[in-house]
Design a protein around this ligand. Structure first.
Ligand code: MLT
Length: 255
């Protein structure tokens, strides 16, 4: 008898039942924009990213590290904060800004998804920009998988659901699976919208909001499938994200 791999999607961090992540592999997703920005920042040379859900905690942490090279980045309501070095636009995280720095990043929903994922044994950070590199890890690491979407203030977000569905689509091609209903919903969503990614991001609530704020370029950046071949991974004590696996064995994105 083939052993089915358990794949569960959670459409927002609040929907992850207590205790289910123990011993599992988790993937945290916030396409617009936290996880896209984290991949950009590490690719641009940040040594580590310290995710913080709380604004004052982020300020305190950055202040405590001012002796070294530290960047304070993030957003509230999608907008950059006046006393911060950078906002949450992937394009701001260039080699010039990032090389050798620790990035303290505070965002609204993305940081919450990462914090919730911390209960899992291994945590990866995913966006469309590192899609195939993450797929490779999901193929190699056969632990039960929980895909945690940041969503928006407790409700599902189209762009995160789409990426979760793209992972479900990939895994179901590779192995026998047992899916929860949210994984099936995400898969259906991907079947419906996935290949017209840019358009789907434009009609999403976060996409509309970011365009209203003048960040249309961030949607285009988030839709650049496989721009990078690295997978950020959560490390503990202190909680931080560093480059984990690097290398795309093969592109898993079917156009
Ligand atoms: C978040 O974490 O809520 C987002 O990344 C928001 C944004 O960047 O606009």
């Amino acid at each position: 008898m083939t052993r089915e791999r358990d794949i569960q999607v959670h459409l927002s961090p609040e929907l992850v039942p207590a205790g289910v992540l123990a011993g599992c592999l988790a993937v945290a997703i916030d396409v617009l924009r936290a996880t896209t920005t984290i991949v950009h920042a590490l690719a641009a040379g940040c040594a580590e990213v310290r995710p913080c859900a709380d604004l004052d905690e982020a300020r305190r942490l950055a202040d405590s590290m001012r002796a070294g090279r530290v960047l304070l980045g993030g957003e509230r309501g999608g907008k950059p904060l006046p006393d911060f070095d950078l906002g949450n636009s992937p394009g701001e995280y260039t080699a010039k800004n990032c090389k050798g720095t620790t990035l303290v990043l505070t965002t609204t929903n993305g940081a919450r998804a990462i914090a919730r994922a911390d209960e899992a044994e291994r945590v990866l950070i995913a966006a469309f920009v590192n899609f195939s590199a993450v797929c490779e890890q999901l193929r190699q690491d056969r632990r039960p998988l929980h895909i945690i979407c940041a969503g928006q203030h407790g409700t599902p977000a189209l762009e995160d659901t789409l990426l979760a569905g793209a992972f479900v689509d990939f895994i179901c091609e590779e192995m026998e699976t047992s899916l929860n209903d949210s994984a099936r919903l995400a898969w259906d969503c991907f079947e419906n919208h996935g290949r017209l990614l840019a358009g789907a991001l434009e009609i999403s609530r976060s996409g509309v909001h970011l365009c209203e704020l003048g960040y249309a370029a961030d949607l285009a950046a988030a839709a650049e499938v496989d721009k990078f071949n690295l997978v950020p991974e959560l490390r503990r004590d202190p909680l931080r994200l560093e480059v984990g696996a690097v290398g795309i064995v093969k592109s898993r994105w079917q156009k």
